[in-house]
Design a protein around this ligand. Structure first.
Ligand code: ADP
Ligand code: TPW
Ligand code: MG
Length: 576
């Protein structure tokens, strides 16, 4: 080797060095032209490189790694088809405000732009742009530092989201002097700057809150992401205001907290007079802040409540209903400002919500919890969602550090309402789109970035979207226990073909499928269970061993309902 070549660097190494310089140590990928060597070299340079069986799963892994770490998760794919496979995850990450960067190799621009039939020809930058927060292309090795710095800032600053970074094949082989290369890299200073709320906005929110008779706090996944756990808890406990966690905010305070109004959700949404939204959007998941759910007199009517909204995105305000007290800033700064205002202006004179409100909630809550306890105590044959999830509930209670990944329809809705979470950022699910396919990608990333045990509660249909990644789980020997709630199909296994033909109905799968054998094929533990006792034993064994495990839990095929809790969103013909 000549002295000259020792002093050179190339595009491959500049990408790796730029990521490492910014504290990014993991890449979720699937190799091929032109990024195979990039993945190899990243591993050689000490990065963790997790290689998947489909790019969508690598992308979902990157997205949730971003949510869990506040650093952009990196997904690396090949051109056109690999890029497109990753794009669903990028778009989903953007929709959910998860920071990630999709880096895809791309083919020769000159040929792509003239549409001359290049290998994996596609104008990837143009296609990605409308589906993510920002999209960049780097043409010269000396710009890699800037490209990656911009991608990191775009992903994590303000409202987090997905960023596309286009890396043409030709870039990787470009060389430059190692010293100039090093100087071209940027270590991003303060990538997600705090955004302090204006004092008058804080006062406005406080004034509104002080006048409330039936206040309510709504915690969303933005609050979980923000890692302001102690202040959020202090805000809830100091004010005495009942709160509702959105799905991925469960565990921010333990679900067993006495101020949780989760078991009286429909009552509090309809009755509250002032609602504080903390990192939660008034989208479909909250019935757009109006209509009957909110006490409105018809499906579109405003229910009369006032809103305080804490969000980093000013444009989120008034998106569905009027926001009376917008509190724009990062959740950490906003909640702590609100807390100091409460402590100084209200001081010890802060008046907790009236007892009529809190006791009315407690009454509903206790009634609903008693009803739930009854349903959970039954032990029907075959096992149903309740009897199976009573087990999962106990296992999570005994292992509160475990991360719960959850997807499906009934398998999702029942798990969310039955399984209590005790710690922040432990529940990861289908999010804003209600997307199927996040299961194994989320599970793998959660295990990789936290080192904690992962329990994935999967509908049998939901599992199928990413099921091949059980090989990945075995390959990296990850402590993941997948429980397939097997009811023979999408929603239920009981539909029949109305034509009487030989094909089964579109929602029905092979009856009695043995998903456990899929895990065994790759050396993991597969267990077939039909009773809660068997399920409990199998889950305990999985947690104790830390071995990749798939439990095929046979669930009554008649137990589910169409679309789970969102049956009403199915279009119905007006034709009688
Ligand atoms: P959920 O589905 O749990 O209701 P959403 O995804 O609808 O939550 O809302 C999350 C909100 O949190 C988004 O509007 C986003 O802008 C906001 N957000 C994310 N991170 C922060 C942060 N650090 N500070 C303030 N707001 C944030
Ligand atoms: C990418 C539509 C929502 S829920 C679901 C589908 C196909 C599966 C429900 O069956 P599963 O659960 O998982 O067996 P269970 O317990 O009710 O039987 N494609 C994508 N996303 C969504 N949401 C769908 C399709 C859907
Ligand atoms: Mg099913």
């Amino acid at each position: 080797m000549t002295t000259q070549s020792q002093e050179m660097t190339d595009g491959f190494h500049l990408v790796i060095d730029a990521l490492k310089l910014n504290g990014i140590d993991t890449i979720f990928t699937l190799p091929g032209i032109p990024i195979t060597d990039l993945a190899r070299m990243a591993q050689a340079e000490g990065m963790r490189v997790i290689s998947f069986r489909h790019e969508q799963n690598a992308g979902n892994a990157a997205a949730i790694a971003g949510f869990l770490t506040q650093k952009p998760g990196i997904c690396l794919t090949v051109s056109a088809p690999g890029f497109l496979n990753g794009l669903t995850a990028l778009s989903n990450a953007t929709t959910n405000c998860f920071p990630m960067i999709l880096m895809s190799g791309s083919s020769e621009r000159e040929i792509v732009d003239l549409q001359q039939g290049e290998y994996e020809e596609m104008d990837q930058l143009a296609i990605a742009r409308p589906l993510c927060k920002a999209a960049f292309r780097v043409l010269y090795a000396e710009d890699i530092g800037v490209g990656i710095a911009r991608a990191i800032r775009a992903a994590v600053s303000g409202r987090p989201g997905g960023v596309y970074l286009d890396l043409p094949a030709r870039l990787f082989g470009q060389t430059m002097s190692a010293q100039a290369g090093k100087q071209s890299l940027i270590k991003v200073v303060d990538p997600a700057p705090r955004q302090i709320p204006a004092p008058d906005a804080v006062q406005r929110a406080l004034t509104l809150l002080k006048g409330a008779r039936r206040p309510l706090i709504l915690l969303g996944k933005g609050a979980a992401y923000a890692r302001a756990d102690a202040d959020i808890r202090a805000l809830v406990e100091k004010t005495g205001i009942p709160y509702l966690p959105m799905s991925m905010a469960k565990g921010l305070l333990p679900d067993t907290h006495e101020q949780s109004a989760a078991a009286a959700r429909s009552y509090v949404l309809a009755e509250a007079d002032v609602v504080v939204l903390v990192g939660a959007r008034l989208n479909w998941l909250l019935s757009h802040g109006k209509g009957k759910t909110w006490g409105g007199k018809d499906a579109r009517a405003w229910g009369g409540q006032k809103f305080v909204q804490i969000d980093i995105s000013p444009q989120e305000m008034d998106s569905n209903v009027a926001i009376d007290a917008p509190l724009v800033g990062d959740i950490g700064s906003c909640v702590s400002a609100l807390l100091s205002a409460i402590n100084s202006t209200a001081g010890s004179s802060w008046v907790k919500p009236p007892a009529e409100w809190t006791s009315a909630i407690a009454e509903r809550k206790n009634k609903n919890l008693a009803k739930m306890a009854e349903a959970l105590a039954r032990n029907p044959t075959p096992m149903n969602f309740h009897s199976a999830l009573a087990v999962v509930r106990d296992v999570i209670k005994a292992n509160p550090e475990a991360i719960l990944v959850n997807e499906g329809a009934n398998a999702l809705d029942f798990t969310r309402s039955i399984v209590d979470m005790y710690r922040p950022r432990k529940r990861l699910d289908v999010g804003t789109w209600g997307i199927m396919g996040i299961g194994m990608g989320f599970s793998i990333a959660a295990a990789v970035v936290t080192g904690k045990p992962v329990i994935a509660i999967e509908g049998d249909s939901a599992f199928g979207f990413s099921g091949m990644e059980v090989e990945t789980i075995c390959r990296y020997n990850l402590p993941i226990c997948v429980v397939v709630m097997n009811n023979n199909g999408v929603y239920r296994g009981t539909d029949v073909n109305p034509s009487g033909g030989a094909d089964v109905a579109p929602t029905v799968f092979v009856k009695g499928a043995r998903y456990d054998m899929l895990m065994e094929a790759f050396g993991g533990a597969g267990v077939h269970v039909t009773t809660p006792a068997e399920l409990h034993r199998a889950m305990d064994a999985a947690i104790v061993s830390g071995r990749p495990t798939l439990i095929n839990a046979v669930i009554d095929e008649t137990a589910g309902t169409e679309s789970g809790r969102i049956t009403s969103l199915n279009p119905q013909s007006a034709k009688k």
